[in-house]
Ligand binder design. Structure first.
Ligand SMILES: Nc1nc2c(c(=O)[nH]1)N[C@H]1C(S)=C(S)[C@@H](COP(=O)(O)O)O[C@H]1N2
Ligand SMILES: [Mo]
Length: 251
């Protein structure tokens, strides 16, 4: 749970006393509502008829933890930039939050770790047919979005990752309902330890109502956009662009 006093304290210290713009009632947010009324919101409206997208994913107990949380996909980004950050313990690494925001952010890992944290034990489901239960600790994405101040035109967030596949850089995207979901966190810890390299160090997305490939590892930039069409091949993610995976992979 997040203590409000700690929240305000750390935001004031870490971000120069930015004003918190609350967005707790995401369904009442005019941006979300206008998106739901658009053509892009069609699939989502259909989904909402059968599921409540703001509902929480199931959380488990410590006794349910998988003995090992496997690494899948990229196990370590190639290249000297990542290697240099890794050797320095990510001391000079920064997460950039930009695009359609009022106050672009450049945050160190220390600043992100000192934000109020959320810890959750959840089950990760990969389309390749395996699941694992892990305990994730990180900063609720909502906190960073409130610090940055989304502009009214923002509809989606693109997560730019440090790893590359044959066709292009790994990236993923989510809408604002998932962005403000209470279990959507930028995780820097797994099972009580710093996030291992194989699982996305130093920072990875957890978006618990969706399948594994949406959980971007090695996140280095979060970009707020109005449309997904200008990025990659326009389908909102690496697997979506090149392998026809569904953009919305709700579970
Ligand atoms: N940057 C990046 N993020 C990624 C991937 C990847 O290859 N690169 N693989 C995805 C897939 S398919 C899954 S199942 C999970 C795997 O997370 P894990 O390595 O912690 O098990 O990360 C997802 N996020
Ligand atoms: Mo996956």
């Amino acid at each position: 749970m997040i203590s409000r006093r700690k929240l305000i304290g750390s935001l004031a210290a870490g971000a120069g006393g930015l004003i918190l713009s609350g967005c707790n009632r995401i369904n009442a947010d005019p941006r979300v509502r206008s998106m739901l009324q658009s053509a892009e919101g069609l699939t989502m409206r259909a989904q909402r008829l059968i599921t409540d997208r703001t509902a929480l994913a199931r959380e488990f107990d410590a006794a349910d933890l998988s003995p090992l949380f496997r690494s899948n996909g990229t196990r370590k980004p190639a290249g000297t930039a990542y290697e240099t950050h890794l050797r320095a313990g990510f001391a000079d690494w920064r997460l950039v939050v930009d695009g359609l925001v009022a106050r672009p952010l450049s945050l160190s890992l220390g600043q992100i770790r000192s934000l109020p944290r959320r810890t959750q034990i959840t089950r990760h489901d990969c389309v390749e047919g395996w699941s694992a239960i892990g305990q994730w600790t990180g900063a609720p994405l909502k906190l960073l979005l409130d610090m940055a101040g989304l502009r009214s035109s923002a509809r989606y967030l693109i997560f730019h990752c440090a790893d590359r596949y044959a066709q292009g850089d790994y990236y993923e995207s989510i809408d604002l309902i998932d962005a403000f979901h209470p279990q959507t966190i930028l995780a820097w810890g797994l099972n009580g330890q710093p996030l291992p390299v194989g699982n996305g160090a130093p920072l990875r997305l957890r978006v618990e109502r969706q399948l594994g490939y949406k959980h971007a590892k090695y996140v280095q930039r979060i970009e707020a956009v109005e449309s997904l069409s200008a990025h990659g091949r326009g389908k909102g993610g690496y697997w979506e662009d090149y392998y026809d995976y569904a953009w919305y992979a709700g579970i």
